[in-house]
Design a protein around this ligand. Structure first.
Ligand SMILES: [Zn+2]
Length: 155
C-alpha cells in the first residue's frame, strides 16, 4: 500500500551577486565595443565563446583571446511566451543556441527583430541551420544584453 505524504508547495529563491573576475570582465568590456570575444585552447585548439579561463575538456589555461564572428548558425531554439522568475526580457522571446562562425561551441542568446506572437509564423521563419547576425543596443553597459538579439541574415 502506497504511503500518502502531506506536502506543502513553496518556492526557493536564491539571489546572489557573483564577481566577474578577469575573464568575464574582459569579455563584457568587449560587449561595450560591439566585440564578442572567445578564447582558444592551446591543446585541443577549440575556440570557445564566451571566453573562458580554462578549457573544460583539457583543463589547461586559455590565454589566447580571439574576436569572433558576429554571424552564426542556429543550432536549436525555443519560443517562450510565458513569464518566469529571472527571465532575461519580457515574453515572447526566442532563446537560441547559436554556433558563431569559426567557434566550436554554442552561444546562448536570443533571436528576434520580427513578430513573435504568432507561433505558426515563427515556425515558418525560424529554422535550425538558419544564419543570424548580432544586433546591438545603441546604449551599451557591458552586459550580455548589449546584444539585443540575433536577427536572420537577409531578413
Ligand atoms: Zn582544450
Amino acid at each position: 500500500m502506497a504511503i500518502e505524504y502531506r506536502t506543502i508547495e513553496t518556492e526557493v529563491r536564491l539571489p546572489y551577486r557573483l564577481a566577474y573576475g578577469p575573464t568575464w570582465t574582459r569579455f563584457f568590456e568587449g560587449m561595450k565595443e560591439e566585440k564578442i570575444y572567445g578564447s582558444r585552447c592551446p591543446k585541443c585548439e577549440r575556440l570557445l565563446v564566451p571566453a573562458r579561463t580554462f578549457c573544460p575538456r583539457c583543463f589547461v589555461d586559455m590565454n589566447e583571446w580571439v574576436e569572433v564572428s558576429q554571424e552564426g548558425t542556429v543550432e536549436a531554439w525555443v519560443l517562450t511566451n510565458y513569464r518566469y522568475y529571472g527571465m532575461p526580457v519580457e515574453p515572447p522571446f526566442i532563446s537560441a543556441l547559436i554556433k558563431l562562425d569559426g567557434t566550436h561551441c554554442n552561444f546562448l542568446h536570443m533571436i528576434g527583430g520580427f513578430e513573435l506572437t504568432n507561433l505558426e509564423a515563427v515556425r515558418a521563419k525560424v529554422k535550425n541551420g538558419m544564419k543570424v547576425r548580432a544586433v546591438w543596443e545603441e546604449e551599451k553597459t557591458g552586459h550580455i544584453l548589449d546584444i539585443q538579439h540575433f536577427a536572420p541574415v537577409g531578413g
